[in-house]
Every structure is written in C-alpha cells, then in structure tokens.
Design a protein around this ligand. Sequence first.
Ligand SMILES: [Zn+2]
Length: 126
Amino acid sequence: MDTSSQNNDDEWLPELCPPWCTADHAAVYAESGDWVLAQLHTRSGGSDFLDEIRNPIDGRVMRRGGGEYQLRAEQEASPTGRGFLTTPVVNLRVTGPPAVAVELTTGEARSLARQLEHLADAVELS
Ligand SMILES: [Zn+2]
C-alpha cells in the first residue's frame, strides 16, 4: 500500500486570508512545526515591556518590572482553506507578574480602548 499520498486531516494551511491577516502561514509552520498555530490568521497589534513602578513617596515596588504585554488579532481558519471557524478576536496577553490573558471581540476591544484612554486622561489631564 502506497502511503506517500496519505495526509493527516489536520495538516493543511489556509488558502485565503482575511484582509487584516499578516501571517505567513507556511513560515509559521516551518518555524514551529505546529499545524494549529500555522492555521491561525493573525496580526500583531504591538507589544511593550512593563517597567518597574515604585511608589514616589517611599520607594516601595508597586509593580515588578520585567513583564510584557502583547496585542494580537486571531481567527481560526476553516479546514476547507476558505472561510473561518471562529469570529476574529483581539487577544491581550500580559506575561506578568501576574500573567493575564484577555480575549475580546472587536467591539469590546474598541470599547475598552476608549475607556482606557478616557481614564488615563482623567488621571493625567484633570
Ligand atoms: Zn491568514
């Protein structure tokens, strides 16, 4: 029996990406060897390190540094190569400490962005 043409049903890459996807699916698979990771439509929204925050009065450490936050949009592709299995989500991951992961719809992400900016402005600009 010739097994050379048999493929595992989980071994495929998307044929069509949503306009926002910047993933190089073949490169992700080549680097990770992970089909599930390579099948995700993704776009990075940026990342930054979290510096240590000290109390300006007594110098106590209020937040240890060394963590990082990462924003990324993700959507699972369909095994047919076209279409999608899930709605797109915006993931916020903080490596910590403490580690936090939040998955938001695009509407929730917009609402949170507005609220974060409003609150930061209230603290610094009032
Ligand atoms: Zn894609």
